[in-house]
Write a protein that binds this ligand. Structure first.
Ligand code: URA
Ligand code: SF4
Length: 214
């Protein structure tokens, strides 16, 4: 089965999944979207109101900011795969519970295996905790670490900037480092560059916006 076929199968299964109570608040499952051969995969927390309506990840306010952050790295949404740790909306946007994370983890793990990204960027504490349990995001955000066969970069969740504007400069700076980190990861993993016209041809911004705030 090709990676794209595997991703389709996961999306179909999750759309009718009843493995945890979150299916009760689901209108549309949000399995994720992006190229099946994406070099970078972003993992958020779970669908919010708009994502649940549309069945697509990060389409609300935090999605708008995520797009600005991606632009700091010279990236567009279509260059990367964007997923969540839980595929159905937690009621009232509460944090997913441990049992729900465990119930849903098989889908995400199968997605990661199929896509085989060089870099996983975790967005927020809950997504990070699968790789770095008990670690404080304030002390490790933006730092790339090898975990098994790939590299993990924990980053703040885009929604954090909406509640705490003081985090914005750090988030923009973290994203501006991504192109260099990707080159580092490619070299370390011995991976050839995937010629996606966007990643290869686009220049990263000369100076990240808002750096003047420092
Ligand atoms: N927040 C998330 O973590 N994921 C989404 O898809 C949208 C908002
Ligand atoms: Fe199934 Fe995951 Fe949805 Fe729970 S959140 S019902 S495990 S797809």
């Amino acid at each position: 089965m090709s990676a794209a076929e595997t991703l389709d199968r996961i999306a179909r299964e999750a759309s009718i999944c009843v493995k945890c109570a979150l299916h009760e608040s689901r209108r549309k499952a949000v399995t994720g979207e992006g190229p099946a051969d994406a070099e970078i995969m972003f993992i958020g927390e779970g669908p919010g109101f708009h994502e649940n309506e549309q069945g697509r990840p990060f389409v609300g306010a935090s999605g708008k900011f995520l797009e600005q952050l991606l632009a700091q790295a010279g990236l567009e949404r279509s260059d990367v795969f964007i997923a969540n740790v839980v595929k159905c909306r937690p009621p009232g946007n509460r944090d997913p519970e441990p049992g729900e994370l465990a119930a849903c983890s098989g889908y995400l793990n199968a997605q990661i295996e199929a896509i085989n990204p060089s870099i996983i960027v975790t967005l927020g504490r809950i997504s990070m905790s699968a790789y770095f349990p008990g670690v404080k995001i304030t002390s490790v955000h933006g730092q790339m670490q090898k975990v098994g066969e790939r590299f993990i970069i924990p980053m703040y969740h885009p929604a954090a900037a909406l509640h705490q504007p003081a985090l914005r400069p750090a988030m923009l700076t973290d994203f501006a480092r991504l192109p260099d980190q990707l080159n580092e990861a490619r070299a370390a993993l011995g991976r050839r560059v995937i010629e996606r016209k966007t990643i290869a041809a686009r220049q990263k911004p000369e100076t990240p916006r808002q750096l003047s705030l420092f």
